[in-house]
Design a protein around this ligand. Structure first.
Ligand code: URA
Length: 480
């Protein structure tokens, strides 16, 4: 057994150094114990099996940037398995260089789960940090106490520095504290809640603001707690109001309902119906992919949400050059909350790998975000969405296109082509070429992986698959 000692919980450099040396020494993942050595020793072999690796050997090996980026995030997760999971992935990359692009692999999927947890924690931190005014020897400064779900404070602090450039602030957390003096960020060891001020004049401001935007008719307690989990409430001035506002919501809604109805004109009804399709969701266009993900899950623009487990938004880097659009989540995607992880996803992954397209560098989404199906006994049978459902859901796809701004959009099958092109676009006649899209991106239409799975004739299936791989290569070249 080798013992790899890291200096602290987020010691990414230490993990990289240790992992590189272990790999060069041929130490398999099951023979390594990862531990945090508060004393700061980066790496040491257990005494009965000392590790001797020359720096030269250790340095002569490189891994895809996608893996390094993923690892840099995963390491911020609080799960104890993170170091060994990452080393197992690193180890397997030797024999499986494309591993990191195989989203259906259990280790890759787990790493993405952890990465998503970390991204969510960073997002919640940006939303729920509340500063309170304090005084120190240099005058006024703002101080916040926050307990992030994962160790995201250092990674998220630059966001606050950009946002509050002219304001001196400290964000205190149990792991580490971030301080901004209007010029540079500094970090000190974790603190105690008692170090942060509790009440200030801003509290009243937050409470007034929150009470004024709270709409009792829209109260959905479960959704609200999902978006604003209880663990964050104790730091939120407005949270004190929540139980009371919820308790009063029913009465306020009844009062709204009892008010004398007014009858809108037929014209107003028509306009409202038209606008409810085309207008921004809740009056606001999504301004981030997190907004899209949250919005999709709560979307009621068509009835498909009723039978689905959850809305499935796209996933991938916010600045991906290449976007893939499928039809809608299938049975497994509906359960997992991620696009293309079921049987069609496996064909897709294989073809991407053969075309040399790294999935992790692309944005993968669907034209329709909820799983449309009918139940037959215990089975849920896929149903093709109607053009009305595609139109209703285009609101979200357009949001993703606007935010990601891909150079190339690949439409996987007829539903995707209908949504992206805005008109029926036969695949066989239009595939294999670049099409100009209205938003300056280029489009490539190609077969849907599920279609390839269903082709009965073996020769036709192989020809279709080869054409599919060629289309993916074309798209990647156009995007490069
Ligand atoms: N088919 C699709 O079109 N999208 C998915 O996410 C899965 C299957």
């Amino acid at each position: 057994m080798q013992v790899a000692r890291l200096a602290h919980e987020t010691d990414f450099d230490g993990w990289r150094r240790a992992a590189r040396e272990l790999r060069a020494a041929g130490t398999p993942p099951e023979a390594v114990i990862w531990t945090i050595d508060g004393a700061g020793g980066l790496f040491a072999a257990a005494s009965e099996d000392p590790l001797k690796v020359s720096r030269k050997t250790a340095a002569a090996f490189s891994v895809p940037k996608t893996f390094v980026d993923l690892a840099g995030k995963v390491i911020l997760h609080r799960s104890d398995e993170r170091f060994s999971l990452l080393y197992r992935l690193l180890w397997r990359l030797q024999g499986e260089p494309n591993l990191i692009h195989i989203a259906s692999d259990p280790d890759v999927a787990r790493a993405h789960d952890l990465e998503r947890g970390v991204s969510r924690a960073a997002h919640k931190m940006k939303a729920f940090v509340r500063f309170r005014l304090a005084q120190d020897e240099d005058g006024e400064a703002y101080v916040a106490w926050f307990e992030p779900a994962h160790r995201v404070t250092e990674a998220t602090a630059p966001f606050f520095a950009r946002r509050f450039t002219n304001m001196r602030f400290s964000i205190l957390t149990p792991d580490v504290c971030a301080h901004w003096d209007t010029r540079a960020l500094a970090f000190t060891p974790g603190a105690d809640p008692a170090d942060a001020p509790r009440e200030d004049a801003l509290e009243e401001y937050w409470r007034t603001y929150y009470a004024s935007i709270f709409n009792p008719a829209r109260l959905k307690t479960a959704a609200m707690q999902r978006e604003m989990p209880k663990m964050y409430w104790r730091n939120l001035p407005e949270a004190a109001l929540i139980p009371e506002l919820i308790a009063k919501a029913e009465g306020r809604t009844d009062a709204m309902v009892r008010q004398a109805p007014t009858v809108p004109s037929a014209r107003a009804v028509k306009a409202a119906l038209r606008n409810s399709r085309d207008a921004p969701y809740d009056g606001l266009a999504p301004t981030s992919l997190e907004d899209v993900a949250a919005g999709v899950d709560h979307c009621r623009r068509c009835p498909l949400w009723r039978d689905a487990t959850q809305g499935v938004a796209g996933e991938g880097p916010a600045r991906a050059k290449l976007m893939f659009v499928g039809e809608q989540p299938g049975d497994q995607e509906d359960l997992a909350g991620r696009p293309f992880v079921g049987p069609a996803g496996q064909v897709f992954d294989r073809a991407l790998s053969e075309a040399g397209v790294p999935r992790a560098e692309t944005y993968v989404t669907n034209a329709v975000k909820h799983f449309k199906h009918e139940k037959r006994g215990k089975r849920r049978i896929h149903q093709t969405p109607t053009s009305g459902e595609v139109t209703a859901c285009r609101w979200w796809l357009d949001g993703e296109r606007r935010l990601v701004r891909p150079r190339v959009i690949v439409m996987l099958g007829a539903t995707a082509a209908l949504s992206v092109m805005g008109k029926p676009t036969p695949i066989a006649r239009n595939r294999g070429q670049a099409l100009q899209l209205a938003d300056q991106a280029q489009g490539v239409v190609t077969y849907h992986p599920s279609f390839l799975l269903r082709v009965p004739d073996e020769a036709a299936k192989q020809a279709g698959y080869a054409a599919f791989v060629e289309d993916l290569k074309l798209a990647w070249t156009l995007a490069a």
